[in-house]
Ligand binder design. Structure first.
Ligand code: NAD
Length: 471
């Protein structure tokens, strides 16, 4: 072995990936038994260490334990139970029918694991977004290398400690670290890379994957717009928007980024959202045990800078010491640079006056395809207009976020908001290759019709297949 190869295998990251590959190559991860045992172990881990996990999320994001159950561990347990119940059937594959020209023959579509999968997770839902892809990857029979986000350090350390104690340590590896470690990981060969995070790093991941021709799922973000014109349900809608926006202090990839409405509705909607915030978090949300904090000083600086020149209608209070930004509503124009260029990813909600539904649709279509689009309206025509004339990862009508919480629905972006999708069966498919296995019997050798020499009957047969009228 050369000196270079020696150093590479001495590197812990290359070693972890090589070990996962060796385990996969042994066939250890393929049996249904192994897959179910891993899913059960993951479920047990989440149950046995609820307190530790909730504490880590509190330390990293000031996330309330109840919110953690709703948006992190609860979603995972649902996903595990759903997958567990259906896995045997998914693994069986299915028969495919073949045309009479190939008969007598039979075919099966057999899902097979891809090999070693890399999962790179972000900090905002640091448990759910690391482990939900893991569920699909192990269900599909892969070995997995997990890279938690270094920006949620308590969660990263907790999971790096617990996962090897519960899951097969040969097949499921956790590599902690930041840019350097991720760069080193991306230099390795994987059979699939599943990345959740921002588009700039998404491009880095895609470039690195190209080197090894590795398929990639990118779960990205961007500005998810909302439209409102439902006066009859003003307060109900305001409660739902406030919940969807201020959950996890606005650091949710599918949070409504901004709301468009007609000019006369801007003030009433802002006032109603203000009332909804008070209902959820009291008059001073900084004292609410249920309201989160911005993840770090860098994000706090970015968000407060965006607020500096803003026309604040609700909230606006900030505190650098505790990284607190109050649930805030601002009035903004559609071309406001500070608020309407990049994804906000914090508890600031611009309300943008638009003259009409058509103008709002034109605004959406003039920008990157969003991850989510929300429509709050009583008009079926308006609903239809948004659904049919815009493109987005998903659409939810009259409620935010719900589209991502069901294992029955695929979750993923389109265009700049990502490629590929997961959850439930869609995860299993993402981490599998569907292999057609075709068998042709020996009886009745009709394949002779395709073999030279191409004489009379064979020519006529080929012309018939090609739809050419024989003269
Ligand atoms: P982040 O900073 O934690 O980055 C994500 C991962 O990329 C981390 O594991 C990090 O170590 C790695 N990384 C960072 N820089 C890198 C580099 N130069 N090279 C290689 N790897 C690198 O998280 P983030 O990107 O700030 O997350 C927020 C973004 O993610 C938002 O845009 C949000 O909308 C999006 N998001 C999308 C989803 C989704 O499911 N579609 C979910 C959550 C967040």
């Amino acid at each position: 072995m050369s000196a270079i190869a020696d150093t590479q295998t001495d590197a812990p990251i290359a070693r972890a990936v090589a070990a996962a590959r060796a385990r996969f190559d042994q066939g250890a991860t393929r049996p249904l038994r192994w897959r179910l045992a891993q899913l059960d172990a993951l479920s047990r881990l989440l149950r046995d260490h609820t307190g530790r996990i909730e504490q880590a999320l509190w330390d990293d994001l000031h996330k309330s334990p109840t919110e953690t159950r709703l948006t992190e561990t609860g979603i995972l347990q649902t996903e595990i139970a759903y997958t567990r119940r259906r896995l045997r059937g998914w693994m069986r594959g299915r028969r495919a029918l073949l045309p009479y020209t190939l008969q007598p023959a039979s075919a099966r579509l057999l899902p097979e694991p891809l090999g070693v999968v890399l999962v790179i997770a972000p900090w905002n839902y640091p448990v759910q977004l690391l482990l939900a892809p893991l569920i699909g990857a192990i269900a599909a029979g892969n070995a997995v290398v997990l890279k938690p986000s270094e920006l949620a350090p308590a969660v990263s350390a907790t999971l790096a400690d617990l996962i090897p104690r519960y899951l097969d340590p040969g097949a499921v590896k956790v590599v902690e670290g930041g840019v350097d470690e991720t760069t080193e990981l991306l230099a390795q060969r994987f059979d699939h890379i599943f990345y959740t995070g921002n588009g700039a790093v998404g491009r880095i991941v895609l470039r690195a994957a190209a080197e090894h021709l590795t398929p990639v799922t990118l779960e990205l973000g961007g500005k998810s717009p909302a439209w409102f014109d439902d006066d009859a349900h003003l307060d109900q809608v305001a409660r739902r928007i406030a919940w969807g926006k201020y959950l996890n202090a606005g650091q949710t990839c599918v949070a409504p980024d901004y709301v468009m409405t007609t000019p006369d509705r801007v003030a009433p909607l802002a006032a109603a959202i203000g009332r909804a915030v008070t209902e959820m978090h009291g008059a001073d949300p900084s004292r609410s045990p249920d309201y989160g904090r911005v993840v770090n000083a860098r994000q706090y600086g970015r968000l407060t800078a965006a607020l500096e020149k803003a026309d604040v209608l609700v909230g606006g209070q900030v505190d650098a010491e505790t990284l607190y930004i109050a649930p805030t509503v601002v009035r903004a124009s559609a071309d406001d640079e500070a608020l309407m260029t990049d994804e906000i990813f914090g508890p600031i909600l611009p309300i943008v006056a638009m003259p009409s539904v058509d103008a709002a649709i034109a605004h959406v279509n003039a920008h990157d395809k969003p991850l989510a689009l929300y429509v709050f309206t009583a008009s079926a025509r308006t609903r239809r207009a948004f659904v049919t004339r815009t493109s987005s990862g998903g659409v939810a009508i009259d409620a935010p976020l719900i589209q991502i919480s069901a294992p029955q629905l695929p979750f993923g972006g389109v265009g700049a908001s990502g490629m590929g999708a997961y959850h439930g069966r869609y995860s299993f498919d993402t981490f599998s290759h569907v292999k057609p296995v075709v068998r042709r019997g020996h009886a009745l050798d009709t394949l002779a019709l395709a073999r030279p020499p191409f004489t009379g009957l064979k020519k006529r047969f080929a012309s018939f297949l090609a739809g050419v009228r024989s003269g």
